[in-house]
Ligand binder design. Sequence first.
Ligand code: GRF
Length: 202
Amino acid sequence: MSQTASASAGLRVAVLFSGRGSNLESLAKHMAQDSVPAELVLGISNRPKAGGIEICAARNIPCQVIDHKDFDNRAAFEAVLHEAVTEAQVDLICCAGFMRLLTAEFVTAWHDRLINIHPSLLPAYKGLNTHARALQDGVATHGCSVHYMRPEMDDGPVIVQKQVPVLPDDTPDTLAARVLGVEHGAYCDALDIVIKKMADTA
Ligand code: GRF
């Protein structure tokens, strides 16, 4: 049975991704449960070769590639993005490894309906290379954050954070793998919180 056919009615969710798609897959599995009142109605990748595209195909999740390289500027790219999510009647957008900065206009248009996962304990280590920077600083604890997006990069109210220890022999890769291990649950927990909040305020 397809993802769309089996999902219970509820919040209509789009996931934006650029790569591997392990958070996308985790969110898809979560929403496929009848007990979760949300439906993953659309995956969108800005990269034509992103691994997440195959995850969508395997789960019968409609997926669109909107390649940012096909557009002259961010506004033109985002106009098509906005059209795609609007056409799919999306209530909530989840960025999961989506490696494009979104303009203030887009973020403001989706205020409190646009969330992101970031591999650090925000507000620490905004931006890229979070694991290497955490190791360089010698921090004892690292982790991930799921947060509402605001116009500033990696800014906005935190919904869920999960911590992991930093071990003496860690490399950026081993630390990234440990953080990824808690990202999947963190994103599902955050989704549950947002679903409830949106239902309460509807
Ligand atoms: C995750 O570590 C996420 O926090 C970061 O990019 C990575 C995406 O991984 N923003 P995946 O594509 O979900 O597997």
